[in-house]
Each structure stands twice: as C-alpha cells, then as structure tokens.
Design a protein around this ligand. Sequence first.
Ligand code: C2E
Ligand code: MG
Ligand code: MG
Length: 585
Amino acid sequence: MQDNQELLNGIKELMHNTVYETLDAEAYGEICRKVNVSKMYYDIALDNPERYRDQTNGKLIIADEMRADKIILYDNGEETGLTLTYPYYYGDIEYVHAFIEFPKGVSKEDLDLEVYQMMADLIYVIVSRKNMRQMLDFAEISDPMTGIPNVVYIKRRYAEIIKEIPAEEVSVLFINLRNFKYINEVAGSKAGDEAMVSIAKKLLSLVDVRYEACCRLGGDNFVMLIRSERMEELSAQLRNLKISDLESAPNQVFKIACWVGVSDGKTGKNGVSDGKTGKNRVSITDRLNEAAAACNIGKGNLKKDIVYYDGELVRMMGDNRKIVAIFKPAVKNQEFIPYFQAKVDMTSGELVGFEALCRWIHKGEFIYPDRFIPVLDKEGLIHELDMAIFSATCKSIRSWKDMGYKPPRVSSNFSRKNLYVPDIEEKMISVIREHGLETSDVEVEITESVREADYERLIEFVGTLKKYGVHISIDDFGTGYSSLSLIHNIDADAIKIDKSFVDEVISEGKARILIESIISIANRLKMSVIAEGVETADQGRTLIGFGCNYAQGYYYSKPVDFETATGIVANPSFEPIGMAAFGDS
Ligand code: C2E
Ligand code: MG
Ligand code: MG
C-alpha cells in the first residue's frame, strides 16, 4: 500500500495550483511523479463534436495542447500498464473521461483508489474551468441558435480585414430573409428552426474566411463582409439560395429569397464618395447602418432584391423622411383624396362598384400610392391614412346619395397594420354611421396575410366586420402564400385576382391554369371573383369564359376624381363584352 500522507500532499498541491492556476506541464509532472503516475490526460468524450467546434475555422475550441480529442496533462513517455478511467456527465451526456495510467507492473491492489478518485475529480475541475472559459469566449462571438458567428465577431473581423485590404474594397452586406415565415407555416416551426441553422451554414459557406465573414444578427437578419470584387459572383449565389433535406421536412427543397443592402465601401456617410480611405473610412457601425438602410429601402420602396447604398438611395431616404415629416399636416390639409375606379360586370356592362384609391396632391403635385404607402406602412402611419381615405370615401357616397343617385358599393383599402389598432372595427363602423350610411354601402379590401400571427387576427377582423354587415374582399389574391387556406378559413365575400395573373390570362401558361382554377374554386364556394387590371377585351372574354364576370381595369376606366366618378354614377353602364366575339379577335 502507498504512503497516504505523501499522496495527500501531492493532491493538496494539485488543488492549490488549480485554484491559483499556476499549473503547467512541469507542475503536473512534479505531482504525477509524486503519486507514481506515468500518464495523465483527459478525453472529451464527444457525443456531439459540433458543440465544441468553432464554425468559423472548423477547429475544436478546447485547448491547444489537444491531440485529437485527448488533452495530455502529463506523459513521461514510459510504457504504461494499468489505466484508471473516470467518466463525468453533463446531463445525460458523457462528457469527459479522466485517465490516469501507471507504470507497468502496478496493480489496483497496490493503490489507494480513493486518492486517485480525488485526483480525477480535480482533473475534471480543471477541464471544466478551462472549457467553460473557452465556451464563454466562444459564446461571446457566436450566435447560440445557429452556431455561426455573431455581430461581435463581425466587428472584430472587420477591423482585422481592413488591415489587410483597403476598406473601400470590402463590401458590407445586410441580408434579410424574404419569406422565412413561409417555412414555419408550411413545414412547422421545428423545420423553421432547422432551416434557420441550415441557411446560416449555407451563407457561411459562401464566404472565404481568410478575408471575408458572415454572421447572424438575430431574427432573420445576417451580415456578410465580402471583397467587393466578388460581389457579382456572390449576388448570383444569393439569388439562387436553396436548402433541402431538413430532418423535419425531408424531400423538400426550399428556395430562400433575400433582401440585400450593400455598403460597398466606395460611398461615404452621405452616400457620395467622401474621399476617405483606410482607417478614415466610416466605422463598421456606420457601414452596417448604411447596408441596413439600403436593405430596408429595397424591401419597402423599391421592391428590389439587391440595393446599394449610394447617392440616389440617400436622396430617397431624404424623401422618405420628408414624407413622414409632412404627413400629419397633409392629412389635416386634406391633401389625401380618394380616386374612384369602376368595377364592372363585363357581361352586362353594368357598374357594380368602385374602389377608392388614394392620391396625394401636394403643392399641386400628384403623388401616387406606390411612393408613399410603403413608407407610411413601415412608419406606423398607415392607419391614419386609411381612416382618412375611408372617411373621405364615406363622404363621397353620402354626397352621391344626397344628389339623388344610387351609388354602388365602394371599397377602401386597409393595410394589415390596422389589424392591431384597438377597436378598429368599431372605429370603422362609427365612421360609416357618422355619414348616415348603411354598412352595406362600403366594402373593405385587405391583402392576403403572410404571417401566421396575422392570420388568426385576420379571421377575427373579417368575422366582426361581417357581423356588422360590411363586405370584405381579399386583395391581390394569389400573390401571398396562404391563398387556398385563406379562402377556406376566411368568410370573405369576394376575392380580387391580382393583375399579375390577369396579365397572363391570354397566354398559354401556368397563370392561365391557376386563374381558371381559382375562379372555379371561388365560384363553388359562392364567393365572387373580380379580376384586377383588365386592359383588353380579349382578357375580359377569357375571364368570362372561365366564369369570372367582374372586372376592374383601364379597359373600362382609370381611377378618376369625384366629379368624373359622379358622371359614372349618373350613367352607370359601360359597353358589355360580347361573348359572340369570343376568340374572334
Ligand atoms: P390595389 O388595391 O391592388 O389597387 C389596384 C391598383 O392597380 C391601383 O393602383 C390601380 O390604379 C391599378 N390598376 C387598376 N387597373 C389597372 C390596369 O388596368 N392597369 C394597370 N397598369 N394598373 C391598374 P394605385 O392606385 O397606384 O394603387 C396601388 C396600391 O396602393 C393599391 O393596390 C393598394 O394596395 C395601395 N393603396 C391605394 N390606396 C390605398 C389606401 O387608401 N390605403 C392603403 N392601405 N393602400 C392603398
Ligand atoms: Mg385594392
Ligand atoms: Mg390589388
């Protein structure tokens, strides 16, 4: 049996040194010699090595003295015999084995096993401390959900990269995934999580880690640092991003579309070259802001997938700010007015309704909705606009009635943002009542919802308004993702087929088949269907042939002002589209 006192002294020393962290190979050696140990090491029993892998360089993040997964603390190089093994567990995971090996000839009976158990425990403490510190370092620079780097890392990397490459040759990309929620919706949130990891790794794989980097900012936003000369190549890759073989959605391929904003390093803070280079270039924070701003404009105003932060963009941002600044006074000044576009029964030529479309007349200048609606929507101001147009529309209907006409039902557009305005339904009803109208005099157009969260609320909103007797139509039908389940779950009166389908109705393509099927389903569900953007008689005839009799489009009338619309109300008929001529022209 061993001399216990000597062993315990050895252990004490080990403990002491562990606490003060003065242990090095030599210190281990001294102790091991004292306790007759030839080799001492631990082996991270990696059931899941990815947990310990630095995704940026593929290295395991455990100490450098590692050989494979073993970390040798001491090895006197002599042949060993008996090995004692001590496993440890973290939850259910067998996490680390301490190994103590003895010179040949030593047997268990010669040893005080309790002492070695203590020694193994100490090794465990040392390993844990070391791991934990490395994990913390890793956590500081990595995104916990996907394991790829985070923004802290990107900022550090930027500083390193611009020491090697001029800052103006490094492009900073802000990437927002376009319809990521779609994956959650169609494949479930588990697949969504998995997809996020898969997309993150995919994006990371596109960068050359020597001079480039990629990180997840959080949510569905990513940042990339790319050498500007590679932008063309990378743009093509981003436009063709696909993920597949998710465990929870096997055999499915998801095409991932993104909105990308680029600060290409050639433009300064104001979007024009500031002549500064290298260290004097705007900071990474500024460049991230530039890229994010470009991404936002691409998503909002421009509907363009890759947008550069340049002089034009800066002007546009200025205009957006101006829109926001002058919006409220403009509402007060009644600068927003509804124009009315006729909805017509193509078979009889009868006027069946109007859609109120907003126009902004500012200092005599005409501004179209595409310029300001996305800005107001984003800035949380759209509700005010929608209510102003809705009121003005009710006022117009009132006037037509007061003139002795029987105006058709008039629809107004309501942004989905209105779904979250408290008591919106009651507010709308009081506007109708204030003008002495019936709820059946108006109609509400709302676009398809993409977000699952919106969906429940949309069902409720439509249900409440319907109870009051307000008609509802689903605008831009076919452009969202939930089209079919939407008409199944939502009790709308009508669907409006988006112009993009109508444009293709006379060509022999998929759109034609889709539109025919949509009309047939809607008819069977007793919903009415109206085609938007009908511009030719041919389109009209084809639509009638498919069972859609209602249309709205330039073929009949552009959106017109109150006076012109009054003329249409006074004489509410257009030329019917004769079916006899079907296929003739
Ligand atoms: P929308 O509700 O789908 O309205 C139809 C748009 O298509 C209108 O554009 C209309 O002028 C246009 N249009 C109709 N027929 C034709 C055609 O035959 N050919 C072509 N090329 N275009 C046609 P507009 O008035 O520029 O409005 C654009 C969008 O702005 C609207 O699309 C709607 O989403 C939104 N919007 C307009 N007014 C309001 C409003 O008061 N509130 C809200 N939230 N959105 C509004
Ligand atoms: Mg509409
Ligand atoms: Mg529409």
